[in-house]
Design a protein around this ligand. Structure first.
Ligand code: PMP
Length: 401
């Protein structure tokens, strides 16, 4: 008898489990709209040209594979903070940002969660309802208590702004507030600039600490700067904050696991101390981060020609998603005779669309139509092609009614 008899079967991951179900489906019409990964119009994975160029540079230089320092590649840490805050941001000149390389967005969130657990043992974190499913796992495993603030209003398929403000206001002083910097996952609904200001007002008033998850910089608007404007606005107000960054989506570096955690402090001295503790947390977890993705990002962001080429490729990716979004809306509007207004799809931004389909309807999408999506009703438009929009519209309408 196994010593592991007491270990029960873990449930499938609600997002990555969708890919497993997709793989097992043998129907030719099958469509994977579960995981947020960019596909070409032929529904193939895409390696950015700038990434290939950066990889060639690394190879040509014959660089070695020695360990990175615990905090990661210095050239990466420099450019990642610049990309986020803007090169000339005084917070960088004042050396008030503690940045360490992380294992992509997830690993960066996890390190920050460990910092919160260790140094803010009486604080909780508020996360949006709904949010990316892994947020709950991350804070659970790090033993950081969390609760939810209202975000999505099913009646309007829009933002429940009043509810959001009320819940942030009601949280105990000094709570952490997790915010999606742009392109909210799973809803695709972001606050307007005016709403962001009001969110900053209540957070500031309550002495809360904002914690931004920036997994889609460039993917919301197509512009790296515009998509960082929420974070930069909070920083300009002199607030202390945390930011987890990911290069999975915007540079297509999913499997390279490259990202960063940034802690903006009110003094350089505090930033130095925070950085030392981030390193102390990282060392027993994974010792030091992987080198390849860090070099790719450092080269792309740090080389002007590659940087401008990256922006073009990002606009291309964001543009393709916008065009299938439009096409899906057009197909739904043309086919649906019920008079339902589908325009909420056009208002959403980023990789995802929140369709309003419930669990049973999402299951019908998979079982009858071979369309795989998360059970909360989210579809990844990055996995949709123009050629499949009509088919998807048929599937959605059939499942809806
Ligand atoms: N945060 C959000 C909101 C995300 O959607 C994702 C990716 N799905 C991540 C973080 C982290 O992804 P990764 O670990 O690949 O960077």
């Amino acid at each position: 008898v196994s010593r592991f008899e007491g270990i029960t079967m873990a449930p499938a991951d609600p997002i990555l489990g969708v890919s497993e179900a997709f793989k097992a489906d043998t129907n030719e019409l099958k469509l994977n709209l579960g995981v947020g990964a960019y596909r070409t119009e032929d529904l193939q994975p895409y390696v950015l040209n700038v990434v290939k160029k950066a990889e060639n540079l690394i190879l040509e230089r014959g660089e070695n594979k020695e360990y990175l320092p615990i905090e990661g590649l210095a050239a990466f840490n420099k450019v990642t903070a610049e990309l986020l805050f803007g090169k000339d941001n005084p917070v960088l000149q004042q050396q008030r940002v503690a940045t360490i390389q992380g294992l992509s967005g997830t690993g960066s969130l996890r390190i920050a969660a460990a910092l919160i657990e260790r140094y803010f043992p009486y604080s909780k974190i508020l996360i949006s309802s709904p949010t990316w499913g892994n947020h709950k796992n991350i804070f659970n495993d790090a033993r950081v208590p969390w609760s939810e603030y209202r975000y999505y209003d099913p009646k309007t398929v829009g933002l429940d702004f009043a509810g959001m403000i009320e819940d942030i206001k009601a949280a105990p002083e000094g709570s952490f507030i997790l915010l999606h910097g742009c392109a909210h996952n799973p809803t695709g609904i972001d606050p307007t600039p005016e709403q962001w200001k009001k969110i900053a007002d209540v957070i500031q008033k309550k002495n809360h600490i904002p914690f931004f998850d920036v997994a889609y910089q460039g993917f919301a608007s197509g512009s790296l700067d515009e998509d960082a404007s929420s974070v930069r606005m909070f920083a300009a107000r002199g607030m202390e904050l945390l930011v987890a960054q990911s290069y999975s989506k915007n540079l297509g570096l999913y499997g390279e696991r490259i990202g960063a955690i940034n802690v903006l402090c009110s003094s350089a001295d505090a930033a130095t101390r925070v950085k030392s503790q981030l390193k102390r947390l990282a060392r027993p977890m994974y010792s030091n981060p992987p080198i390849h993705g860090a070099k790719i990002v450092a080269n792309v962001v740090g080389t002007p020609e590659l940087f401008s080429e990256w922006k073009e490729e990002m606009e291309m990716m964001a543009g393709r998603i916008k065009s299938v979004r439009q096409k899906l809306y057009d197909s739904l509007s043309a086919k649906d005779k019920s008079g339902k207004n589908w325009s909420f799809i056009l208002k959403q931004i980023g990789m995802f669309s929140f369709t309003g389909l419930d669990r049973a309807q999402s299951e019908n999408m998979a079982n009858k139509w071979h369309v795989y999506m998360t059970k909360d009703g989210r579809i990844s438009l990055a996995g949709l092609s123009a050629a499949k929009c009509e088919y998807l519209a048929d599937a959605i309408i059939d499942s809806y009614y």
